[in-house]
Ligand binder design. Structure first.
Ligand code: C2O
Length: 496
């Protein structure tokens, strides 16, 4: 079947936390935007009409976009943004995946208010779930709310090179809830649940910059899926999500099951429901550091006073990613003309080997990076293994690394420096969790593996919006199979 929506992106006047009414950008006047519900195998068609005063794109987070790379959505990667007054139709299939995903704006800071759920049901309906059929389902979208205009915050961040301030509130389905001063019943999302009923909660972390823990007082959960992949049932009383991740849980009645789950335990204990076909031979080995760092102020930083003329600049293997300005990277790949758009020299290893997780690795030459637009080119159907090594340069944070266009297997995670002699013994090659976003632990590492069988230009980046802005990303250019070419761009593809 075809699931068709019209997304009018425009102004919504809203007042929360006792602030005066103000205008935000939202889809169809709703916060969060509309939930898309499709069945596995359907075609989703979304006509996006941009009635907002800003450049806009929408990304379908976790959708593979096989054969439809032009519908992925990140601005300047797979399309130029849709200008105010313009429109673009996103058309893609939801084949071979089911569960909870979501959609969000992928330009500037707009995903703060332009986001919503995307649910793919199994063909057989709820009876086809590989777990006891829940009596009912609810969507729980976790987000962040700023009292200030988010566009202003983004402009400020660009001009000063400093991170944006923390959100004024965390939200559930767009509402701050009554823990906050000035928040009332109207600003609290209410779920009306019946006693002795099992609910499936589809939890989405749509926050910009914060990993979130989710609990329900006096209840426990059974995790059944993460990032739209079924997991072995896992009992916990806390759900851990990083921005970009989704977790489906069953919320059973008492008794509660007390679990001392830490984020690490939660994330490393999940396994796939059934054994996965993990490719055993690796064609491309990559060892990639994910770091915070600094660079010299550029022309954009008109207010670059602090830090002696330097600004934050995150990097992967010391390359700080910057989007091209003139055309999208996918168009450049399609027309075989990367000159001036990107270079194919993203390094497979860091330029310097150092003690990534020791506290004294905070040396100037290692944290100083330069901005560039580098891609890693992959031959069609090759298997890539990536060790993501977190570093302690500048700040210690766990980074939720998201890959567009694919799911990957999370083979292992650990603390300290990855050891290539001993750590491979810890790989789960049988039933590793399959995800589109992995939290690389603070002072630790994660190893992922995927098969590059989806030609196109695919972003890999930290799903903290501010880190992405600082350049914590890189790009995979996947070449088409020998003798074939990329699909032609749709006629309504926006031009820059
Ligand atoms: Cu959910 Cu590139 O993002």
């Amino acid at each position: 079947a075809v699931v068709e929506h019209t997304f009018n992106v425009g102004n919504l006047s809203i007042s929360q936390l006792c602030q005066p009414e103000r205008i935000i950008t939202a889809v169809n006047g709703q916060l969060p935007g509309p939930t898309i519900v499709a069945t596995e195998g359907d075609t989703v068609v979304v006509h996006m009409i941009n009635d907002s005063p800003y450049n806009m794109t929408i990304h379908w987070h976790g959708i593979f976009q096989r054969g439809t790379p032009w519908a992925d959505g990140p601005a300047m990667v797979t399309q130029c943004p849709v200008r105010p007054g313009g429109n673009y139709t996103y058309r893609f299939n939801v084949t071979g995946q089911e569960g909870t995903l979501w959609w969000h704006a992928h330009v500037s800071f707009h995903r703060a208010t332009v986001y919503g759920a995307l649910i793919i049901r199994p063909r057989g309906g709820a009876a086809a779930y590989p777990f006891p059929k829940p009596d009912a389902e609810e969507v729980v979208v976790l987000g962040e709310w700023w009292n200030a205009d988010v566009n202003r915050l983004h402009e400020d961040a660009k001009e000063t090179g400093q991170p944006s301030p923390h959100a004024n509130a965390y939200t559930i389905n767009g509402k701050p809830g009554d823990f906050y001063n000035c928040s009332d019943a109207n600003q609290t999302h209410k779920f009306e649940l019946k006693q002795n009923t099992t609910y499936m909660l589809r939890i989405i972390n749509a926050a910009l910059n914060t990993p979130l823990f989710f609990k329900v007082a006096n209840h426990s959960f059974t995790v059944v899926a993460a990032d739209a992949c079924y997991t072995k049932p896992y009992n916990t009383d806390v759900v851990v999500t990083s921005p970009g991740q989704t977790v489906d849980v069953l919320l059973p009645k008492l008794p509660e099951h007390k679990d001392t789950a830490t984020a690490y335990q939660f994330l490393s204990n999940l396994t796939a429901l059934v054994p996965n076909k993990v490719p055993l031979a690796v064609d491309t080995h990559m060892f990639v550091t994910v770091s915070m760092g600094t660079t010299v102020c550029g022309p954009e930083q008109t207010r670059c006073m602090p830090n002696n003329g330097t600004i934050f600049a995150s990097s992967m293997n010391n390359a700080s990613f910057v989007l091209p300005k003139t055309t999208s990277m996918l168009e450049a790949q399609y027309s075989n003309n990367a000159t001036g758009v990107y270079t194919s020299d993203f390094p497979d290893t860091p330029p310097v080997v150092f003690d990534y997780t020791s506290n004294d690795s905070n040396t100037a030459e290692l944290q100083l990076t330069t901005k560039s637009t580098k891609v890693k080119t992959l031959q069609y159907n090759t298997t890539v293994q990536m060790v993501l090594q977190n570093t302690r340069l500048v700040s210690k944070e766990s980074h939720p690394m998201h890959l567009h266009g694919f799911n990957f297997f999370v083979l292992a995670q650990g603390f300290g420096n990855y050891n290539e002699t001993t750590d491979p013994a810890k790989f789960n090659l049988v039933d590793p969790q399959e995800r589109n976003t992995v939290a690389v632990p603070t002072g630790g590492w994660a190893v992922i593996r995927f098969v590059a069988d989806n030609p196109g230009m695919w972003f890999m980046h930290c799903h903290f919006d501010s880190h992405l802005d600082f350049g914590l990303g890189m790009m995979f250019e996947v070449l088409p199979a020998e003798g074939t070419s990329l699909p032609a761009p749709p006629p309504d593809l926006p031009q820059c």
